[in-house]
Design a protein around this ligand. Structure first.
Ligand code: FES
Length: 104
């Protein structure tokens, strides 16, 4: 049973390993990805020039922005490789009842 404060985001089986998706939750764009079987959620706009990370991908367990190839750690949101300099925001996630839940 999901904890209080979590929002239902996406059906768990819609997200394959090493993929990401972007969804709008209570007016907030959230990136959800599965890496190594673990699920992470971050803000969905690249901190470099604001491209949507829905156009990005997962490479070697790292989120890649499709615009200028900044790389972010899905766990911490930290920049792994620029040009971005600022980390993505991260959100707490949990699974339950066949869904992924995100705390905004
Ligand atoms: S907007 Fe993402 S790297 Fe430039």
């Amino acid at each position: 049973m999901p904890k209080q404060g979590f929002v239902k985001a996406v059906e768990e089986d819609k997200l394959s390993n090493n993929t990401l998706l972007v969804t709008l939750l209570d007016g907030v764009e959230v990136l959800i990805c599965k890496v190594g079987g673990k699920i992470f959620a971050t803000s969905a706009r690249c901190t470099h020039k604001g491209c949507s990370l829905s156009e990005g991908w997962i490479e070697d367990g790292i989120i890649v922005c499709g615009c200028h190839l900044s790389k972010f750690d899905p766990h911490s949101g930290k920049v792994v490789k620029g040009p971005a300099e600022t980390a993505l925001k991260t959100f707490e996630v949990q699974d339950g009842e066949g869904y992924i839940w995100v705390k905004l």
